[in-house]
Design a binder for this molecule. Structure first.
Ligand code: ZN
Length: 274
């Protein structure tokens, strides 16, 4: 049994081993150049149910060697999501909103349009010490540690809302990443996390979904379980349908106390009116 990336117990049973595979972002300069490969295998946790990669590759090995690779995420739902976030109860008049990565810029712009929010976004160089222009999410997620989050808070103050779109599924240590997110937010604030919904891919045995850069392959129930394991309380839950893969969004509050196990708790799946 492998140690679960979500609940930390040795409960992950291997399900399928694909052997070693070439990195998706590694474009060879010549036809005879050596192809780097990484192990690719999937498992499922018998305790918390989370499907996960068995042997996450290091951020250093995943880092692209070229600076021109871009990625886009589905954005058709962002107007509605911004409106929902802007109406969250308990926000101060000029709430501070922090975006974790460049994937959050377009949502931050929408929020600025709706209300006089103060927005800021983590700077990979200044805030995380990332100098390599080729570095992407694989590097950013590893550099966002609780210590760096604390240093950011000393410069920016705590944020009333922290947004992390399409990063959590890359986390090589979801616990460390979640701790950093919680470090950034005020007591009574919100953390908004969005991930791809792998339910359709798992149902269809779509092996092309497996990607060395995604450590977690979440579905609506396991997404909530991971969040609960990491000490978040889901207050508003959304599943946005898209043709390829749905987007799962959770607007969460930081649970009081330390991490809580979800195993004996009823799954939070009911939207809270805001
Ligand atoms: Zn687990």
């Amino acid at each position: 049994m492998n140690t679960c990336l979500s609940c930390g117990t040795p409960s992950v049973a291997p399900v399928i081993d694909f052997g070693r595979h070439a990195l998706c972002n590694r474009f060879l300069e010549t036809a005879t150049a050596t192809e780097e490969t990484v192990p690719l295998g999937m498992g499922a946790c018998h305790r918390c149910g989370v499907v996960q990669i068995l042997e996450p590759s290091s951020p250093e090995s995943l880092k692209p060697h070229v600076p021109w690779i871009t990625c886009t995420e589905p954005e058709g739902h962002l107007d509605d999501l911004a409106a929902t976030i802007a109406r969250l109860p308990g926000l101060p008049a000029e709430a501070t909103i922090c975006g974790v990565s460049s994937k959050d810029d377009s949502l931050l712009r929408r929020l600025e349009y709706l209300r006089p929010f103060r927005t800021w976004r983590i700077d990979p160089n200044k805030d995380l010490g990332i100098q390599d222009p080729c570095a992407g999410i694989e590097t950013m997620q590893a550099h966002l540690t609780p210590a760096r989050a604390e240093a950011m808070v000393s410069r920016q103050g705590l944020s009333d809302i922290v947004i992390a779109r399409h990063v959590f599924e890359h986390a090589s240590s979801p616990t460390t990443f979640a701790m950093a997110l919680k470090q950034l937010v005020t007591s009574g604030g919100y953390v908004v996390i969005e991930v791809p919904d792998c339910q359709k891919a798992l149902d269809a045995f779509d092996y092309t979904t497996i990607w060395e850069e995604h450590s977690l392959y979440l579905t609506p129930p396991t997404f909530h379980r991971v969040l609960q394991e990491q000490g978040f309380t889901v207050q508003h839950s959304l599943c946005i349908p898209y043709a390829l893969e749905n987007s799962l969004i959770a607007i969460t509050a930081v649970a009081s106390g330390s991490q809580t196990s979800c195993l004996d708790e009823q799954l939070v799946s009911v939207d809270v009116e805001v």
